[in-house]
Ligand binder design. Sequence first.
Ligand code: UDP
Length: 245
Amino acid sequence: MTQRAPLQRVLLKLSGEAFSDPEVKGGIDPRIVRQVAEEIAELKSSDGTEVGVVVGGGNIFRGNSPAASGMDRSSADHMGMLATVINALALQDALEKAGVETRTQTAVAMQELAEPYIRRRAMRHLEKGRVVIFAAGLGAPYFTTDTTAAQRALEIGADAILKGTQVDGVYDRDPKQDPSATRYEEIDFLSVLNQGLKVMDATAISLCMDNALPIVVFELLREGNIRRVVRGEPVGTLVQPVPTA
Ligand code: UDP
């Protein structure tokens, strides 16, 4: 178990499913949103880490899901992007209740609800200690919020993407199906792509690989985990540019 470098500025990627009760699947569970917000609040007050968040929308709608069958893909993706805004507003509310100043920026203009995405303004917010939630993905269909996370992380100069999931890292096989599956402590991008491991989609992985942006995949709802990852504790799986020896 090797200690990793601590992180100063991070991009936290929360899939839509992170907002819902795993037993229920779908929708928003306010207790979970509150728990995530409190974890972020604790991280901010203890370590002063700069935090950007990209939220997904899969708990509500995905452009490529059966619920969208027969629809024009672009229209369906617009619905998916709007779903991410719903999650963003829920998280913003919970963060502010937890005492964290927060700004939501959307890639599709909806200025009555949130600021438009402006990189320089996002940077200023981060420097002032505000959490910035990036919603509506990249504002373009045929992309995912994983790719958005990679793109925004690069734009804001994040040290890493923190991908919070329901499992505690990346496994060689699906641990839910096969109990003998083993977790990687570290793995490189090329192995992720070649082995088809479920970390993020291939577009997102390629973007991270081309720009040497590390990803830490970790169990989101284990208490204190976000802070452990930020402090460089060997939690979850580190996906990094260079193959491990
Ligand atoms: N989406 C999109 N462009 C983007 C990001 C998202 O069209 O840049 C749409 C797409 O339909 C996607 C949905 O928004 O299925 C929700 O995002 P995603 O599936 O990435 O959410 P997650 O799986 O993280 O919950």
